[in-house]
Design a protein. Structure first.
Length: 135
């Protein structure tokens, strides 16, 4: 259960989801057909799936990105998105831009990776231009 402060912040994130930089990053990936590698990890789980977001919509506080022909979908519940980080890493001699999403307890929930050229710069630019929800 969330504390009252986190609950209020959660309500703002949901209400103003379209202003959140994460929404713009996923929307940009869909508009530009940028492949994303989506990775869930835990102590006992490591799952990776690739998708190119095609359509973006929202339902009950959840951002939903579907791939073409609805072959896969990514659901991100904005009530629990607290923050994310963006950085670069070389994996198997390939440069990746990495976006890691953390929940309100500080746990990493999802990693999005792309080897698209200059995408880290684009993501950071989107963050700089986005209005902070509630501001």
């Amino acid at each position: 259960e969330m504390c009252k402060t986190c609950q209020r912040s959660s309500e703002v994130r949901v209400k103003e989801m379209e202003q959140h930089p994460l929404f713009h990053i996923i929307d940009h990936a869909a508009a530009n057909k940028i492949p994303l590698e989506c990775r869930l990890t835990a102590e006992h789980i490591d799952f990776t799936a690739n998708m190119i977001p095609h359509e973006i919509f929202r339902a009950s506080g959840v951002l939903i990105a579907t791939a073409e022909r609805c072959s896969s979908a990514l659901h991100i519940d904005f009530r629990y998105v607290h923050t994310f980080t963006i950085h670069r890493a070389n994996i198997d001699d390939r440069a990746y831009s990495i976006l890691e999403i953390y929940d309100t307890t500080g746990e990493k929930n999802l990693t999005l990776m792309s080897d698209a050229p200059d995408i880290e710069r684009v993501w950071l630019s989107i963050c700089d231009e986005a209005r902070e929800p509630g501001a």
